[in-house]
Design a protein. Structure first.
Lengths: 591, 182
């Protein structure tokens, strides 16, 4: 007999409960998926990319600094820095194998390499810097565990120490720190690129992986107005002058007076690129271009500008006469000529030729007055930066009758270049205005910028008219007479004009009871001159610092000008415009 | 014989296909299977090709970097070799001395008869008041003496045009130098 078994049906609420649980679980999973894949999509994508994608910065090739004829003064070459991951090299066997592999390429023993790791156990340790590119590539190709080869650039100066303070130098990061390397850093640096790539477990790029590369844009090549040959002449002449006179330093600047282009610039003492030691001067005080940054009292060279003011206002002319007495008292101060001479009736030309202090005293106190005098001094650019674009472009110190502690004695002192501070670059720029016909030019050192096949040329800039062209011509004529009165300054084969100066150096330590702070035994002799006379090609300024000698600028620095002008004009292929002078008796009229 | 073999081969293929057909596999399914297999291998082939191209690109990029680095190094080397100090050193090694003054001299005498001179060296007509090293450098055009050309026998158009260059006469013996007083 057949039996019929009847299985008990589960209660509907149980089925519903299980379904509900499953439904909730499914909903939870879906919600979680939505949260992870939609809400947090970006975060997880980035995190995943961080695991797989690596990015490196590709440094841009730094542009070169070239001289006026395209000769490189500073260029960059590719090098490598080699570092070791100390964590990986904690394993003695790995470290030993790695050191042995690197030793022949780095010209060191394995022990020397291991000693460079230091005491730390983590982080990278640099074991070689600026090794040549080929060796760096070989080390990278070895694939030694823990060894990192980082591509870099090294700055080299083919001309050695030439124009060190002008060129400056770069830091380890390749950025300019001083000089034109700093001033033109934006142009020279270019734009770094980047390389984004998918990497494997060891961090190596996957060849077929995701890869995005942005090529770096190399920096521009900056061509300067500095001519390496003229720079060399300038430096040699200055060095010879310093060695001969035992001066503490000096400055030499050569400028094209028509454009304001600086053809050479040297200042001593200064750092040398070949023996650069940043640790010796942590504050970096010595890493400057003193011709631009340092100010000093110029002395009688400044009489050119006092005389320019007198001529330009029409109040005097070269033949105007004053009575030169032995001494004059102004504001309870006694003033006299540098040679204590009493010259009687004296023309303005003689004032410059013989560099008579009492002549400029008369001109400023009796003829011009402080308002006109200081107006012209500022018109020549004193008291403001030259606008050269060189860092540390000094303004100088010009006190005028608007200042509280000013007195007439200041006016007199300023008229012959004492009690006023200027930079050497200011002095040359102001003198260029006389030489070029009255225009105060903006001095510049960047001639052209070459970038991506295009060339940007610097146009000479006239800042303002300092004096009329007639005044400038008159002063030039007077400068010619000044130069020709001093045979030491004559430029063989060329007509020229110039003016010497000898400034006493103010030192508080030697301030006497009468309030005189000038040390009579410490001077700054200088000479500024141009040639050829009719069509000036160069304006040369030489000065020697803190000379402990009784000699004057007309004796010490005039021959430096003469020799330098002769060499430079010959180098520039400028045809002589006068017969070579016969041997004559040496005379030095001015200071 | 060959014909017999071919017939046997064709017959075998026909037999295998007919076996599949007899097993119930339609032709379209076979084609689809083939396509699927092809599609499966295609990414492998593409990947392989992309990998190979990637390596080639990487290699080319490395070559480019190497060449750039080499270019920069050579530029620096050329600059070093052409530097002022090295040129001076080499010149001194070769026994050369710094140049003395170049002297411009205007020669105001007629050329010796029968001597052929380059036009640049022919005498200039003596201008009134001409002196050595005049302000204009004495750069007057030299005269054209009849029948004199240089080099002898050269066609007329081989004669240089009136040269504005002042003739440079280097006197026998050492070049005179003028040392400024120091």
């Amino acid at each position: 007999m057949a039996t019929v078994s009847r299985r008990a049906q589960p209660a509907p609420w149980r089925i519903a409960a299980v379904a509900l649980v499953l439904l909730l679980a499914t909903a939870g999973l879906i919600a979680r998926l939505v949260y992870l894949q939609i809400v947090q999509h970006q975060d997880y994508t980035s995190a995943a990319a961080g695991e797989h994608i690596d990015q490196t910065t590709v440094p841009a090739h730094r542009g070169a600094l070239l001289d006026a004829n395209g000769y490189p003064l500073a260029v960059s070459i590719a090098t490598y820095d080699i570092a070791v991951d100390r964590k990986i090299w904690q394993d003695a066997a790995t470290a030993q194998r790695g050191a042995q592999a690197l030793a022949p390429l780095l010209n060191r023993t394995p022990e020397q390499i291991l000693s460079l790791l230091g005491d730390a156990t983590t982080g990278p340790a640099t074991i070689a810097q600026d090794i040549d590119y080929t060796t760096g590539r070989e080390i990278a190709a070895l694939g030694v565990p823990g060894v990192l080869a980082q591509a870099r650039e090294k700055r080299v100066n083919p001309e050695g120490d030439l124009a060190s303070p002008v060129i400056g130098f770069v830091g380890r990061d390749g950025g300019g720190l001083t000089g034109l390397e700093l001033d033109e850093n934006r142009l020279l640096t270019g734009l770094p690129g980047s390389s984004e790539f998918e990497r494997d477990a060891l961090g190596n790029p996957i060849a077929a992986g995701v890869r995005k590369t942005v090529d770096p844009q190399p920096g521009s090549d900056v061509e300067l107005t500095i001519d390496r040959t003229i720079q060399q002449m300038c430096e040699q002449e200055l060095k010879a002058g310093i060695d001969k006179t035992h001066a503490t330093g000096g400055t030499c600047i050569v400028m094209d007076p028509n454009s304001g282009a600086l053809l050479a610039m040297d200042d001593e003492p200064s750092f040398k690129l070949s023996t650069l030691d940043l640790s010796a001067d942590p504050r970096g005080d010595s890493f400057k271009n003193g011709a631009v940054t340092d100010v000093y009292e110029p002395g009688s060279v400044f009489k050119l500008f006092t005389m320019s003011a007198g001529i330009d206002t029409g109040k005097v002319n070269p033949n105007t006469t004053y009575i030169d007495t032995c001494q004059v008292v102004v504001a309870q101060r006694i003033f006299h000529n540098w040679d204590y001479s009493c010259n009687g009736p004296t023309t303005m030309t003689t004032v410059l030729v013989r560099s008579l202090n009492l002549g400029t005293l008369w001109l400023t106190t009796k003829v011009l007055g402080p308002d006109i005098f200081y107006k012209y001094i500022r018109a020549f650019g004193f008291g403001e930066p030259t606008g050269s674009g060189l860092s540390g472009d000094a303004s100088g110190i010009v006190r005028s009758n608007a200042d509280a502690d000013w007195s007439l004695a200041d006016l007199v002192s300023n008229s012959f270049g004492q009690g006023i501070s200027v930079s050497a670059l200011q002095m040359v720029t102001a003198a260029a205005a006389i030489v070029n016909g009255g225009n105060l030019m903006q001095p510049y050192v960047v001639k052209e910028v070459h970038s991506n096949g295009t060339t940007r040329l610097t146009q000479p800039t006239v800042r303002r008219r300092a004096v009329s062209s007639e005044t400038a011509a008159t002063i030039r004529d007077m400068m010619k007479q000044v130069l020709e009165a001093n045979t030491l300054a004559l430029v063989p084969g060329y007509t020229a004009g110039g003016k010497s100066g000898t400034a006493y150096v103010p030192t508080v330590a030697t301030k006497n009871s009468a309030g005189n702070a000038y040390a009579q035994e410490v001077t700054i002799p200088s000479y500024i001159g141009f040639a050829p006379f009719d069509h000036p090609r160069v304006l040369i300024y030489v000065k020697l610092d803190n000379l402990k000698s009784a000699d004057f600028g007309g004796v010490l620095t005039a021959p430096m000008f003469s020799h330098l002008a002769s060499e430079i004009l010959t180098y520039l292929d400028v045809a002589p415009d006068r017969p070579l002078p016969a041997a004559t008796e040496t005379t030095a009229a001015g200071r | 014989m060959a014909l017999a073999q071919r017939r046997a081969t064709v017959g075998a293929e026909a037999n295998s296909l007919s076996l599949l057909r007899r097993a119930g596999v339609p032709l379209s399914l076979l084609v689809a299977g083939g396509l699927m297999l092809g599609a499966m291998f295609l990414p492998v082939l593409q990947n392989s090709d992309a990998t190979s191209t990637g390596y080639q690109i990487e290699h080319a990029q490395q070559q480019l970097d190497d060449l750039r680095a080499r270019t920069y190094a050579l530029q620096a080397q050329v600059a070093d070799l052409g530097s002022e100090s090295r040129v001076r050193q080499e010149a001194a090694r070769l026994g050369m001395l710094p140049a003395g003054r170049a002297v411009d001299v205007t020669v105001n005498v007629p050329a010796p008869a029968g001597v052929f001179l380059p036009h640049g060296l022919l005498p200039t007509p003596a201008p009134a008041g001409a002196t050595i090293g005049t302000a204009d450098g004495g750069r007057a055009a030299p005269p054209q003496p009849a029948g004199q050309t240089y080099p002898p026998g050269a066609p007329p158009n081989a004669t240089p045009a009136a040269s504005p260059i002042v003739p440079l006469i280097i006197p026998a013996g050492p070049i005179p130098t003028v040392s400024p007083p120091h």
